[in-house]
Design a protein around this ligand. Structure first.
Ligand code: BG6
Length: 538
């Protein structure tokens, strides 16, 4: 078995390639890298590139594959980060031939790829696209898959290195994982690697998450399991670590001595779209707080890791998640809502219970807000407020670190009447960047002080669009680089935080309605008002 010890770059990829082999595999030479006018001339590194491999995609007909995964594969190819022999195998219950899957891939790329379409890139990619028809319960189909992969190894030099991406509902994980075991696809020869990629939801509570893990870990070692939380692939989310640990400016004040509270917001303007089957019974908190928002909290609150290797980074996040405490009074420190009909972008939209596929008596929330505390020396007494919702005023995700007011203001009361708190806001999306909000003198003869903003915008400073989260994460899977994938321990700790809240809500009947296009239920504002605070206006 290949993965008894954690993979390293050196073992299974041509990553961080200052080596000649990277250039030989991808054609990216130091000259090409140096020719990029936007590159810092001091930076001599070549890009991280994947070595020979096959990606097998289960669930190719789903939305995620079409909108994110297939375009991300093309974008990686377009950036020269996939080797020429890279192959993609689609597996689904369709009577398709290779050409049909290639056509679906082509259409998805044309519609959703981030980088420009280039015929020569598509041509090279399409030569390695294959399709294996079948049901997950069909032994014959998986035997055919095993044969197909062997042939691909022989014809395209993929070396028995396979990634299995389960972009399917969790109820199918057991059967697929068992089939991979039965066909011996889960374990390859000594010098090859096998990895399995699973998408959230990782269970719907602690117990089911443990059961799910038991199924995968019976077949794949933890080092071969890549759990995707796509927020960790976002540039701005990774930048939280750069901001905190590459600078000396912020860290001295990043604690209870200076921070009043932290607000983490993930607001969406969309409704549930065609995802009724997935969403109902799951709700906003399980859908995004358990994973994306608690991961953001962990990155904002953790201590500096001694390195960014997977184990060290994950351990630091785990310490924070372990230290998270729920306030005793869940009725007053959480809020739940559900969108009612209203207006969005000038269009009338229906309420949650009128959406197709949602039962009238559903008690699923589409808005959730919770207050958490972190019981450690750095954060004791500093509330972290997390909120998320669908059909809110606009799409915005941000982390706002709100500072205490100056202990003394040597101004007349009138001059500082509308001065707010200093804040550092990490804008995760859409217009990615960082804003610092502080008081400044208003020009004129008086000493009036008001809030102003200082802005860093990614687009302006780097003059290029950030890679999509899935580009980064897929590449990491193929390279075998796990720091941006949550460990099972983090998943379980997050459920331990959420389970009591979910239990409490389940006993409370339907959530409070809020009109679509507004900022959530009144109870969320009341929750803040009880602490003498307000949600940031976005
Ligand atoms: C997913 C959730 O994880 O994240 C969706 O299941 C949500 O409900 C989506 O819409 C939002 O992702 P992003 O990257 O658009 O913020």
């Amino acid at each position: 078995m290949t993965e008894s010890k954690p993979p390293t770059h050196a073992e299974d990829s041509v990553a961080m390639a200052s080596t000649a082999s990277a250039a030989a595999t991808t054609g990216i030479t130091e000259e090409i890298v140096a020719a990029n006018p936007l590159r810092d001339p001091r930076d001599k590194r070549l890009p991280r590139v994947a070595g020979p491999c096959v990606l097998v995609l289960f669930g190719v007909t789903g939305d995620l594959a079409r909108k994110k995964l297939l375009p991300a594969i093309y974008d990686l190819a377009n950036r020269g980060l996939l080797p020429p022999g890279f192959s993609l195998v689609g597996f689904a219950r369709r009577e398709w031939r290779d050409q049909d899957f290639a056509q679906l891939t082509h259409d998805a790329i044309k519609q959703h790829a981030r980088t420009p379409y280039r015929e020569e890139v598509w041509k090279q990619l399409s030569e390695g696209i294959f399709f294996c028809p079948g049901e997950f319960t069909d032994d014959g189909a998986f035997d055919a898959l095993a044969m197909m992969l062997k042939e691909i190894d022989e014809t395209r030099g993929t070396g028995g290195n396979y990634g299995f991406y389960l972009s399917v509902p969790p109820k199918f994980f057991p059967v697929v994982v068992q089939q991979l075991k039965r066909t011996d696809l889960a374990h390859g020869p000594e010098e090859s690697w096998r990895r399995v990629v699973i998408e959230k939801p990782f269970g719907h509570d602690l117990k089911s998450a443990q059961e799910l893990n038991a199924i995968t870990s019976a077949v794949f070692p933890e080092s071969s399991v890549f759990r995707i939380d796509h927020y960790l692939g976002k540039e701005t989310v990774q930048n939280i670590m750069a901001l905190r640990f590459a600078n000396n400016l912020f860290e001295p004040i990043w604690n209870r001595g200076y921070v009043d509270h932290v607000q983490i917001t993930m607001a969406e303007d969309i409704g549930i779209g065609g995802r009724a089957g997935y969403y109902d019974g799951i709700g906003a908190a399980r859908d995004v707080i358990q994973n994306h928002l608690l991961q953001l909290l962990a990155l904002v609150a953790m201590e500096d890791p001694t390195s960014f290797d997977a184990d060290t980074l994950r351990r630091e996040k785990e310490k924070v998640l372990k230290a998270v405490q729920l306030p005793g009074d869940l009725a007053h420190s959480t809020a739940r809502g559900r969108y009612a009909s209203g207006w969005q972008g000038g269009q009338p939209v229906v309420g949650y219970t009128e959406e197709e596929g949602i039962p009238e008596d559903s008690i699923t929330e589409t808005y959730a807000a919770i207050k958490l505390e972190i019981a450690n020396r750095r954060w004791a007494g500093v509330p972290f407020y997390l909120r998320t919702g669908k059909r809110l005023g606009r799409r915005v995700t941000e982390v706002a670190v709100v500072f205490q007011k100056a202990p003394h203001l040597p101004f007349s009361k009138d001059d500082t009447e509308i001065l707010g708190h200093n804040a550092l806001v990490i804008r995760v999306q859409p217009d990615e960047g960082i804003t610092v909000r502080f008081g400044s003198k208003v020009p004129g003869t008086a000493m009036e002080v008001r809030d102003v903003s200082m802005d860093f915008a990614y687009g302006e400073s780097f003059m290029e669009s950030s890679p999509e989260a899935y580009e980064r994460l897929l590449l990491d899977v193929l390279i075998g680089d796990p720091p941006l994938f949550p460990h099972q321990r983090e998943v379980e700790l997050s459920w331990k935080i959420l389970d009591p809240i979910e239990e409490f809500w389940a006993s409370q009947g339907p959530p409070e309605d809020y009109p679509a296009g507004t900022w959530g239920p009144a109870s969320a504002d009341e929750m803040m008002a009880r602490d003498g605070r307000v949600w940031r206006r976005l």
